[in-house]
Design a protein around this ligand. Structure first.
Ligand code: AMP
Ligand code: MG
Length: 339
């Protein structure tokens, strides 16, 4: 069987194959991004296709729970009730929120799921984006602060009108973990789920960077269509956060979607971060956290997280440089043709 190659944050066209010459793959759009699921087990195509269907259903379910774009989701309804009513949420969402809040605590607020009002203000994907006036940033920054959320049992309350929960930095990682759980329940042992650059590599008997079963190609942040380099890994989560995913340019400056809650402006100093962790949720949250913390603080923080490795890409003069955690050193092969 071919070694699977997955491109982070880029679409590859896979084709469905018979049981003997490759994975069964399907792609679609969900949670406002692409979803690609590949099953490598040596099973019939209908069996693999049924498992993939179940993954799409599961991720659709999580979107219906946690999307802040959807006023009908649990998060959407809690946001609409901000400053007015508390809401009973599912135990599943309450648990996810508690873990997200814990990331806020352990990062002294670099990770903050209440950045929603600022994300809306920046609206980097609008057809005519612009840099908002500083006054507006400062005003909305006052609505940001996960510490003021009230979550007692399953009862959630956003105390101030205009507050908004945005799980964009952790929800997709959580979703790929749930997808992996579905695959495991269905007896699938080898599969890759890629939800907008948040991967879960399901490969029984392997573990993170200790194993080399899947080759991950990391998209070049400044040259779409080419790779920055590749690394190999086994079971676990892999996530990249980058300033090239959602951004606009104004006056020669790049304004992207990963915000520093302490300033209200896009976090500066990092181009992208890639994390390999035991779960998709950890990889997702940590890629955003390290991005916001910046090179020195981010690398220091990451180095202290057990079973987790990563690297930080940043601009150095006219080219890109990379800092690795000790466990990642020597495991990333840089593409020579570019930068
Ligand atoms: P990611 O691509 O995983 O780094 O997530 C970026 C998304 O997370 C953004 O589009 C926002 O929805 C949200 N976000 C941006 N900045 C932060 C932050 N400092 N803490 C938590 N979530 C954030
Ligand atoms: Mg993230």
């Amino acid at each position: 069987m071919r070694t699977p190659i997955v491109v982070l944050l880029a679409l590859l066209s896979f084709s469905s194959c018979s049981r003997h010459d490759g994975p069964v793959t399907r792609q679609g759009t969900v949670m406002d991004t692409y979803l690609s699921v590949s099953v490598y087990d040596d099973i019939t195509e209908p069996a693999a296709a049924a498992a993939i269907d179940s993954v799409f259903t599961e991720i659709g379910r999580i979107d219906a729970m946690a999307s802040d774009y959807n006023d009908q989701s649990e998060v959407g309804r809690a946001n609409l009730a901000a400053g007015r009513d508390s809401m009973k949420v599912s135990a599943e969402l309450a648990d996810l929120l508690r873990r997200a809040i814990a990331y806020g605590d352990s990062t002294h607020g670099a990770f903050d799921i209440t950045v929603g009002p600022l994300e809306q203000l920046w609206n980097v994907l609008s057809p005519s984006p612009r840099v908002p006036p500083r006054d507006s940033v400062d005003l909305l920054r006052k609505l940001v602060g996960y510490r003021s959320l009230s979550l007692l049992g399953n009862t959630l309350f956003l105390p101030r009108a205009g507050m908004r929960i945005d799980l964009g930095a952790i929800g997709k990682g959580y979703a790929v973990d749930r997808a992996a759980a579905v695959l495991t329940r269905l007896g699938i042992r080898k599969a890759i789920v890629d939800l907008g650059g948040n991967l879960y590599v399901r490969w029984e008997g392997t573990k993170g960077l200790d194993s080399a079963v899947a080759t991950i190609a990391v998209r070049h942040p400044r040259s779409s269509g080419s790779y920055l380099g590749t690394f190999a890994c086994g079971e676990g989560g892999v996530s990249t956060s980058g300033d090239y995913e959602r951004y606009f340019m104004a006056g020669g400056v790049r304004y992207h979607h990963i915000l520093d809650p302490s300033t209200g402006y896009p976090a500066r100093g990092v181009v992208s971060t890639t994390i390999v962790a035991p779960t998709g949720e950890m990889a997702d949250a940590l890629s955003t956290i390290v991005f916001v913390m910046g090179r020195a603080r981010g690398l220091d923080f990451l180095t202290k997280v057990p079973n987790t490795e990563g690297f930080i890409v940043y601009e150095s003069g006219d080219s890109l440089a990379i800092d690795f955690t000790p466990g990642f050193r020597g495991k990333f092969s840089r593409e020579r043709a570019h930068d």
